[in-house]
Design a protein around this ligand. Structure first.
Ligand code: NAD
Length: 419
């Protein structure tokens, strides 16, 4: 039950499409060159039946979108969430192409997912869904074609089932068909924290560029999962003070500082930050208007919009999540003097670590050397973005996208597939 959808170009005006148009206009790309990157290279949609614990069968829908492979095999996560759909995955896949290029990695971009609520399935049901999905995708993915990784709703456990199903189906036993695996299956110890570590590192670079002292700076974080928590820990290590956190359940605030370890234990016990003892409650939407130095978006897409952007007074806005800001809000943020660290730069630490895992380069690296590698690539990308931003009136998102699009096109031209 596999459908390959041949796309001309994407027609819906999603954030990625609008951002690509802004970038293409700025680089004065011609129509044929635009067409190469405006849409996905390949989209696969599958429907597959899975036996549930009660003996009934349920049919699930999943997708894998490969945006571009000019620089190497496609790379990108698999998410399990009730709202998974093609427009969202297309934006995320394009973001992966650009993020990998900006970081200088030999990867293209992809994203996939299955429409389900992972909390509503048992571990056995999740395993059967994962194995069936891997089986459906086996013909279009693989270590040298398209390499999945964890994303929202998936984790190391899911990746272990995924590579096992792929290996059984194809006879390829090297387990490089996915990254974000447990260390015992070739995963990298730093992978789980690499994204947050990188977000905090780019905030440090931005603070230096803005003449802001990180020591004592106040921080608010939206999203307290993998990325939000690791960012909070790294920022605290640099002397910053976490004053507010929101997640899907609500929020907490305390101006003299939140105890990260205690809040994290509470979240593990009850599933979210709301109601954590010792803090005042914060309505989820009130996080945008807080008078903090640094605002970190580490939850999901579409959080900052043209309507709430005028509330933001943080000096630095760091995008740990993918597409958390509507590009149409950028002008307002710039007018308000907010330094935006765009997602394809801020959260690239994860894919850099994934490259160390996939290539085997990280296998014998001490953790500190692997983190240093992540920081080196991020520092290089940050420097390019800030230098380029002087050409585009300080628009850091446009600057990052111009660099990434230009690098992807250079690869495509060298391969003879773009003029
Ligand atoms: P996660 O599932 O571990 O955590 C997500 C957090 O966001 C949770 O605290 C959840 O409650 C909160 N959240 C979700 N929707 C929300 C909403 N509407 N309002 C407020 N809070 C909300 O996920 P994660 O791995 O931390 O990823 C977070 C984001 O970062 C995602 O957009 C993901 O695609 C992106 N990202 C993750 C990685 C990685 O390595 N995990 C790498 C790059 C980008």
């Amino acid at each position: 039950m596999t459908t390959t959808i041949a796309l001309e170009t994407m027609t819906t005006s999603t954030p990625a499409v609008r951002m690509f148009e802004r970038t293409a206009d700025s680089l004065r790309l011609d129509g044929a060159t635009r067409a190469l990157l405006a849409g996905s290279k390949r989209e696969v949609s599958v429907r597959f039946p899975v036996r549930m614990d009660d003996g009934t069968h349920r049919v699930f829908t999943g997708h894998r979108v490969q945006h571009n492979t000019s620089r190497g095999p496609a790379k990108g996560g698999i998410r399990y969430a009730p709202g998974v759909d093609l427009p969202e995955l297309r934006d995320l896949a394009m973001g992966m192409t650009l993020k990998s290029a900006l970081a200088g990695l030999p990867f293209g971009g992809a994203k996939g997912g299955v429409r389900l609520d992972p909390r509503a399935l048992s571990p056995h049901e999740l395993e059967r869904v994962t194995r069936a999905f891997a089986d459906e995708l086996a013909d279009v993915i693989g270590p040298d074609r398209d390499i999945p990784a964890p994303d929202m709703g998936t984790n190391e456990r899911v990746m272990s089932w995924f590579v096992d199903a792929y290996a059984r189906r194809t006879g390829r036993l090297d387990l490089q068909a996915a990254t974000g695996k447990p260390v015992e299956l070739g995963g990298l110890r730093i992978r789980r924290d690499a994204t947050g570590h990188g977000v905090a590192f780019t905030i440090d670079l931005a603070a230096r560029a803005r003449g802001l002292q990180l020591r004592g700076a106040s921080v608010a974080i939206q999203g307290f999962g993998n990325v939000g928590l690791a960012t909070a820990r790294s920022l605290r290590a640099a002397g910053a003070r976490l004053v507010a956190v929101t997640d899907i359940t609500g929020g907490v605030i305390r101006t003299d500082g939140i105890d990260i370890a205690r809040l994290s234990r509470w979240v593990q016990e009850v599933g979210g930050v709301a109601g954590a003892p010792g803090y005042d409650a914060l309505a989820a939407d009130d996080i945008f208007g807080l008078p903090v130095d640094i605002l970190v978006l580490a939850a999901s897409e579409g959080q900052v919009t043209p309507s709430n952007a005028p509330e933001i007074s943080a000096k630095i806005l760091a995008e740990g999540a993918n597409w958390p800001t509507d590009p149409d809000a950028d002008a307002t943020l710039r007018d308000r003097g907010v330094f935006v660290i765009p997602d394809i730069l801020a959260n690239a630490g994860g894919v850099i670590a994934s490259h160390l895992e996939w290539s085997g380069l990280g296998r014998s690296m001490p953790d500190e050397e692997a983190y240093a590698h992540v920081r080196r690539l991020l520092a290089n990308a940050f420097e390019r973005v800030t230098a380029e931003s002087t050409l585009v009136a300080g628009d850091t998102r446009l600057s990052a996208h111009r660099i990434a699009v230009a690098d992807v096109l250079t690869s495509a031209r060298l391969r003879g597939v773009a003029a």
